[in-house]
Design a protein around this ligand. Structure first.
Ligand SMILES: Nc1nc2c(c(=O)[nH]1)N[C@H]1C(S)=C(S)[C@@H](COP(=O)(O)OP(=O)(O)OC[C@H]3O[C@@H](n4cnc5c(=O)[nH]c(N)nc54)[C@H](O)[C@@H]3O)O[C@H]1N2
Ligand SMILES: Nc1nc2c(c(=O)[nH]1)N[C@H]1C(S)=C(S)[C@@H](COP(=O)(O)OP(=O)(O)OC[C@H]3O[C@@H](n4cnc5c(=O)[nH]c(N)nc54)[C@H](O)[C@@H]3O)O[C@H]1N2
Ligand code: SF4
Ligand SMILES: [Mo]
Length: 686
């Protein structure tokens, strides 16, 4: 039987965006593996995606549209046709629009796939034409992104392989072994050449285990740590005054601000030894090239914007921006600014951009915070908010509203889908075409559909084109095929950037990944930054516009929700809920094998001191709660977390999980989520 090899891209929310190959025999995918020619993927996939065919052919895949016949969440469904499903959506939406206007409809999508067509365009055009509410997409890393853009002008990171040339790498609030695995071979090579890797994280992560040093500050204290390091560097003359005078805006003011962060004070704030702080500063100030690598875990908290600003200032203080192997490794996501008009089509839409709803406050929005008009219909795709968005108990309450018409387009019967009125079956990455850029490297990868859609499943864009037909939206840009969209976006974007020079749809479709035409691999090596001043903006007018201090500073990271009435307020623990190793957010948590590897039951790590005070031992079932909600987890007693800090991976679903406790308060910047600013009370279930 002939075997076809089909090139594609891993669609999951991961900076590595691996190149993949699917082998198809007789219409069935039989083998799935890494593209050996992709220089970052380098022939291997992570533990999550290696068994991808189990995901594609999972027995629980939804195969046809379902309509609810019992009460919401009762799990009783009837099979209906696509025509009936589309007709029902259109008639319900017409009624909602007639009574409340189209802004009463809210699309909710995020990172089930990062594809250009199936996520980015599918989250924009159709909804703009409809005049629906817009979603503020701030659940993941907007505070860091806006901090980086305000300081440097763009999310332009050096490539991973430059880390090989670093002599010091500080991995700050980031866990690449799990979340960006293809960084690790480069780090290991650097370590073999004598580079020191330091991980700063309140818990001993997999990355901390393979580092040369692990520093565990109190959660939320990193802004003070960064400014304290700068304080020591200045005091000891380890900063680069000449570089700062030439390339930074606001250095004299920041320098004066650093007086507030002497090591004694920073030691108190961070819970670290004074000497640890001084040594870290000396090392960072005297080792070149020195890189700081951070991601988004650090900033998912109330002070996340200013914390990111403080970290972004350090490479300037050390004169390390524009240095090969030095600088800041955050994200390459800014290299392709997709042409906004082609993507969104606002100019051709009948209504101007309307109301925006912050995705981090979905529960509140569904239960009364958003009025005029209230949200009367929710359309979810590529997201699982009932399990993975903050204050999930409140979201669940919102989803139970009898007057809310909810459509969920999914591969699986997730916690969110289980409360829908209509569930629509979605294609997997092997069943649709798309284009993928990455946020960890600078290659574009075309994903060919390898197999026919399973059952009656349809891609996101296909469903939206069908809704366009049924609603009488005749604009050609709502009826293009994926390739036409990709082609048009590449051409339109190439008019205002040179990074797409020589890149065409045809070339992308040849298979494999195509590098962007980036002239200088070391961002900012010419000393020019993409900020309004052309300098590193240590003092930023943009921050003033956001209502923040124009200079980085540290403020206490507080969970403002009062404790439950019946607890000892001093017995609070700070719960961090980072990425699981074997899931991508809540995707894959329904795979028995991966779940077994992660821990068959959801668990919480507690320090022995905290466990003892609560008479908790490893294996005990504990209740984790606060005023927002509660969940039950298995205790794991370990010194991997600091005293006063608890940790539990995000992503488990099927029962109330950690997100029933996480806050829906917003951070200091960009409406960012604050999952980790979470105080909980933990007790043994007896
Ligand atoms: N395996 C796997 N990979 C993933 C994901 C996944 O769920 N699973 N998710 C993907 C997504 S959506 C994203 S955004 C990225 C995120 O990538 P990362 O940012 O690397 O992942 P997180 O685990 O969210 O956070 C990193 C670390 O921040 C630490 N942290 C929390 N608070 C603080 C603090 O106050 N100070 C310091 N110093 N550290 C702190 C946590 O303990 C955690 O170890 O990963 C992507 N990759
Ligand atoms: N406690 C805690 N919670 C967190 C975080 C944290 O650090 N702590 N991190 C947050 C972060 S960084 C992020 S990015 C969010 C991510 O949260 P989400 O974006 O909601 O991601 P997932 O939970 O993976 O849900 C994606 C869903 O999309 C479905 N899907 C996959 N492909 C497709 C497709 O092509 N079409 C359709 N229609 N569906 C598809 C999958 O089956 C899956 O159920 O989670 C956040 N939640
Ligand atoms: S999740 Fe990340 S590391 Fe794993 S295959 Fe996908 S892109 Fe590669
Ligand atoms: Mo994310």
């Amino acid at each position: 039987m002939p075997t076809t090899r089909v090139h594609g891209a891993c669609p999951h929310d991961c900076p590595d965006t691996c190149g993949v190959i699917t082998e198809v025999e007789d219409g069935r995918a039989v083998r799935f593996y890494a593209d050996p020619d992709h220089p970052v993927t380098n022939g291997w996939l992570c533990a999550k995606v290696r068994p991808y065919l189990d995901h594609v052919y999972h027995p629980d895949r939804l195969q046809y549209p379902l309509r609810r016949i019992g009460s919401k969440g009762s799990g009783r469904w009837e099979r209906i046709s696509w025509d009936a499903a589309i007709q029902e959506i259109v008639s319900r939406w017409n009624a909602v629009t007639h009574q409340y206007g189209p802004e009463a409809i809210l699309p909710y999508s995020y990172s089930g796939t990062l594809g250009l067509v199936q996520m980015i365009v599918s989250s924009a055009r159709f909804w703009n034409r409809l005049g629906a509410s817009r979603l503020e997409r701030s659940i993941c890393g907007e505070a860091a992104a806006q901090a980086v853009i305000a300081t440097l002008g763009a999310k332009h990171s050096p490539p991973y392989h430059h880390l090989e040339e670093s002599r010091l790498v500080i991995i700050w609030g980031h866990n690449p072994v799990s979340t960006a695995p293809h960084v690790m071979p480069f780090l290991r090579k650097a370590q073999r050449k004598g580079c020191r890797v330091i991980v700063i994280d309140p818990r001993k992560t997999r990355s901390a285990r393979v580092a040369d040093q692990h520093i565990a500050p109190r959660p939320g204290s990193d802004g003070a740590l960064a400014l304290g390091m700068a304080h020591v560097m200045v005091k000891e003359g380890l900063h680069d005054e000449a570089w700062l005078n030439r390339h930074a805006l606001g250095w004299p003011e920041l320098r004066a601000r650093l007086d507030d962060y002497p090591p004694v004070i920073v030691a108190e704030i961070t819970g670290l030894d004074k000497q640890t702080i001084v040594d870290l500063a000396r090392r960072y100030g005297s080792t070149k090239p020195a890189a700081i690598k951070f991601s988004d875990g650090l900033q998912r908290r109330v002070n996340g914007g200013q914390t990111s600003r403080a970290v972004c200032a350090l490479p300037a203080v050390a004169g390390q921006y524009g240095v090969r192997g030095g600088g800041l490794f955050y994200s390459t996501g800014g290299y392709i600014p997709w042409d906004a008009d082609t993507l969104e089509r606002w100019p051709e839409c009948p209504r101007p951009p309307g109301r925006i709803v912050n995705m981090c406050r979905l529960g509140a929005a569904l239960t009364g915070e958003v009025t005029d008009p209230p949200i009367m219909s929710l359309y979810v795709f590529g997201a699982n908010p009932a399990a993975i968005s903050p204050h999930a108990g409140l979201i669940t309450r919102g989803l139970q509203r009898e007057d809310l018409f909810t459509v969920v387009h999914e591969l699986f019967m997730t916690d969110t889908a289980s409360y829908a009125d209509l569930v629509l079956p979605a294609t997997s990455q092997l069943e649709h075409a798309d284009l993928h850029k990455a946020y960890g490297h600078t290659r574009l990868t075309y994903n060919h559909a390898a197999i026919a859609p399973l059952g009656e499943s349809r891609s996101n864009w296909e469903v939206l084109t069908q809704l366009s037909c049924a609603l009488g939206f005749n604009e050609p840009w709502l009826h293009q095929r994926p390739d036409e969209i990709i082609d048009e976006l590449i051409r339109a974007t190439a008019r205002h950037t040179t990074v797409l020079d020589g890149i065409t749809l045809a070339r992308l479709k040849e298979g494999g990944s195509v590098p962007l035409a980036i002239k200088d691999e070391v961002p900012f090596s010419d000393g020019r930054f993409l900020t309004p001043s052309g300098k590193v903006e240590l003092r930023s007018a943009t921050m003033i516009e956001h209502g923040l201090d124009p200079l980085p500073l540290w403020q206490e990271d507080i969970d403002r929700t009062p404790p439950p009435d019946d607890v000892n307020e001093h017995a609070r623990l700070r719960l961090v809920t980072p990425a699981a190793h074997h899931f991508v957010t809540s995707s894959f948590a329904n795979h028995a094998d991966l779940r077994r590897l992660e821990g068959a039951e959801p668990f919480i790590e507690l320090h022995p001191d905290d466990a003892e005070q609560r008479h908790i031992a490893t294996g005990d079932l504990v209740e984790v709660r606060n005023r927002r909600g509660a969940c039950r987890l298995r205790a794991v007693v370990t010194t991997d977390v600091r005293p006063g800090v608890a940790a539990s991976p995000k992503g488990y679903w099927g029962q109330p999980n950690v997100n029933w406790t996480t806050p829906d308060a917003l951070a200091d910047l960009a409406g960012q989520s604050t999952f980790h600013s979470n105080d909980v009370w933990v007790s043994k279930v007896v």
